[in-house]
Design a protein around this ligand. Structure first.
Ligand code: ADP
Ligand code: MG
Length: 483
């Protein structure tokens, strides 16, 4: 299935390819020992190399190379034993060197793929390449009426540019792709994936075509910092292009910006071609040569990635594919789940974890369940529900209060006086009381009106103040009515 552009159903298809800039988790920069710490005093983390002083010599940071290789392996990609650093020349006030050190024809990582669970099923999205490059500094225009400021702290930080094939076909596929990529990066630890801080930045290439026609001319939309805005930008841009073509005009290849307030994209510049940048190998840096052994060693150290983990979860715990997909998307959630489920019923754990706890995490904007409630504390609650001490209903009612209090589950139960009644005699007594009070109904029931069973259950629950164990009420009432 393909994505139809609204109002133009069945005629047009949108084609999308992504360039993702992921900042590498590393203490120092790609070619200099300056710190990469976030939020420091402006221009406090800049040395001669980052400031573009002539004659300062770059030295490659081995840790960044390692992270790029690990990421390539995580993306099922070919690692190139020889890669080249090139200068990409352009002028920008926050680019003091006058060029960016990047990789052009010989990137460190070649083609690979990642898997998304699209609407119509599993889909393989091609990765064209991953290359290493320097980040630029930051220009700040909104602090003063007359002056712009430049902060070079980010100048020279290591980025991985991860380029996809034009294999994506809808805004929702793009969203799945970004989420999957971010998940893999976070599992690998090579990038924290934080879009708000700008540590993961996405450029989207959008084109449209009539079905099965050749690829259309693309526009690139730069640096959109949330998945929601990316989806909006695609919707807008695709419609803009269709309108142009249908009115007999052509789409110009452009770099565009998304205005999130207006929900529009607008032209920033006509797209430069690679020859505009006058790429050439950086004379200060020799080719980067990797040893096979290093790659083999890193391969052995790779963690279990989300796709594999998902399959194992389904097989080991017998849970649904849909649930497994949710549980593995964040490494911390997967770990939390495995600790919690170790000696408990997987179905119950999944229901409570993805239901009550996740909605709590969403409300509080938290990723890691452990930061809301420890496995031990949550586990005890589940155990008390499971052995009938606490009813599901009450547990749900008090869940938020429970998480936010210092009480253990058993203390909560005591304090609230809400221990579930699971004493057989006590329940039998209640059954007798209710049947006594409802003689006429009982006769009707016996003459075939079986629907009244539910009525009796309701009455029993009522006189127990909702505390009677519902399963026991059912069993004991059934037994009693057979007499
Ligand atoms: P550039 O430097 O020109 O941005 P890149 O090779 O870095 O080129 O990235 C090109 C991106 O554009 C890739 O993600 C690719 O999948 C995508 N792309 C190429 N052709 C099209 C097209 N016709 N429609 C949409 N996306 C495209
Ligand atoms: Mg590019």
């Amino acid at each position: 299935m393909s994505y139809f552009i609204r109002g133009h159903e069945s005629k047009w298809e949108v084609v999308l390819g992504l360039e993702v800039h992921a900042q590498i988790n590393s203490l120092s920069k790609l070619f200099s020992p300056s710190s990469t710490g976030y939020g420091a005093e402006p221009n406090s983390q800049v040395n001669l190399i980052d400031a573009g002083m002539p004659g300062a010599l770059p030295v490659i940071n081995q840790e960044c190379v390692k992270q790029a290789v690990i990421t390539g392996l995580g993306l099922n990609a070919k690692i190139n034993l020889k890669s080249i650093f090139d200068r990409k020349n352009y002028f920008y006030p926050d680019l003091p060197q006058g060029y960016q050190i990047s990789q052009f024809e010989n990137p460190i990582v070649g083609s690979g793929h990642l898997i998304i669970e699209a609407e119509e099923g599993t889909k393989k999205i091609g990765i064209t390449r991953l290359h290493l490059e320097q980040d630029a500094g930051k220009s700040i225009h909104d602090q003063d009426f007359e002056n712009s400021f430049i902060d070079l702290n980010r100048s020279g930080c290591a980025l991985m540019e991860i380029v996809s094939e034009p294999d994506l076909r809808s805004p929702s596929e793009v969203s799945l792709y970004i989420k999957k990529l971010r998940s893999i990066l976070r599992y690998l630890g090579s990038c924290d994936g934080n879009m708000e801080k700008g540590n993961l930045r996405v450029d989207v290439n959008v084109s449209v075509r009539r079905f099965d026609a050749e690829l259309g001319t693309r526009c690139e939309i730069k640096n959109i910092n949330s998945i929601k805005f990316i989806q909006q930008a695609i919707e807008y841009e695709a419609r803009r292009q269709v309108k142009l073509i249908e009115s007999g005009k052509i789409v110009e290849q452009q770099t565009r910006l998304f205005d999130s307030q207006k929900g529009e994209t607008r032209a920033m510049r006509s797209k430069e071609e690679s020859h505009d940048y006058r790429y050439f190998p950086d004379p200060d840096l020799p080719p980067l040569i990797l040893e096979k052994k290093m790659i083999e060693d890193l391969k052995l150290q790779l963690p279990e990635l989300p796709d594999k983990k998902k399959i194992r979860f389904i097989e080991t715990y017998g849970i649904k594919k849909y649930d497994a997909e949710i549980l593995v998307s964040e490494k911390e959630v997967a770990e939390y789940f495995e600790k919690l489920v170790s000696d408990r019923d997987p179905k119950m754990v999944v229901t409570w974890l993805t239901g009550e706890l996740f909605s709590y995490l969403n409300k509080k904007n938290l990723d890691n369940p452990q930061s809301a409630i420890s496995v031990e504390k949550f586990g005890e609650l589940l155990d008390l529900i499971n052995d009938g001490t606490l009813s599901n209903r009450l547990a749900k009612e008090l869940f938020v209060e429970f998480i936010e209090s210092n009480m253990s589950a058993s203390e909560l139960v005591k304090k609230k006086g809400m221990v579930q009644i699971s004493d057989e005699n006590e329940i039998i007594n209640m059954i007798e009381t209710v049947l006594d009070q409802n003689q006429k109904m009982l006769e009707e029931y016996r003459s075939g009106k079986e629907k009244l069973f539910g009525f009796f259950v309701g009455q029993i629950m009522k006189i127990s103040n909702g505390k009677a164990n519902p399963q026991m009420v059912n069993t004991l009432l059934t037994k009693r009515l057979k007499k």
